[in-house]
Design a protein around this ligand. Sequence first.
Ligand SMILES: [Zn+2]
Length: 272
Amino acid sequence: MPELPEVESVARALRQNLAGRRLTGLEAPFAGVLDQPLRTTRRALLDKRLVDVHRRGKYMIASFARDGGDDPAHLMIHLRMTGQIFILDGYRPDKHVHVSFDFEGLPVHYRDVRKFGRLTLVEDPLAPAALAHVGPDMLAVRWPEWRRRVGSRTAPIKAVLLDQGVASGLGNIYVDECLFLAGVRPTTPAAALDDATLREILRRARQVLRLAIDHGGTTFLNFTDFYGKPGNFRRQLRVYGRAGEPCRACGGALAKTTVAGRTSVYCPDCQV
Ligand SMILES: [Zn+2]
């Protein structure tokens, strides 16, 4: 499942390749991934230029406008489980491509094997009402707000970090990596952690996300970037997917447990 770093990689690629280009075509062989009718979506976006792409957590919001900035419209894209957006030379869309954009001759495809992703017209690119339930972005949240949102929760710290209403963008992979680096067990109640530890978790979460962004994300199953290339952060993983293998810090065997319904890998010696 694409997480924040993968989504950031896609958002950057969209910005770099499409900013300033005009949307001249929009087709939807399977319009079910569009939240509004295709006709409405076309009317809102066609003949406008892509101005910018914002990201909040795992959501991207592409802003379009007419020349001079008139008549802005915003398309929120949520890749969910298996959504992909890419541009590939000579690519022939398969049956999993549900929406195809044409930017003045440059084709961009939305592909989604499981069709859980959504493309939604929203009224506000920075704080759409549809995201009112979603917490601040992990890379933007500041310490006082972080302490307020996380510090009083009695749930296991891992469950709190996975809760997108607390802060958005951390999924299973990066939570396990972050807690390993912070030396905290995933099962520890958030409220039992002191300020220094909460700060360290925030710092490590950002570090892991930024490193993963630099590597184009982590590839599992079916995430590829905008250019059809897999991310290569997987080689950097310290604990995720490594239960039973030796800890890269102390050499002891990594253990596995379940928190919030998710498999969680940790080092019994390095994480207390
Ligand atoms: Zn260890």
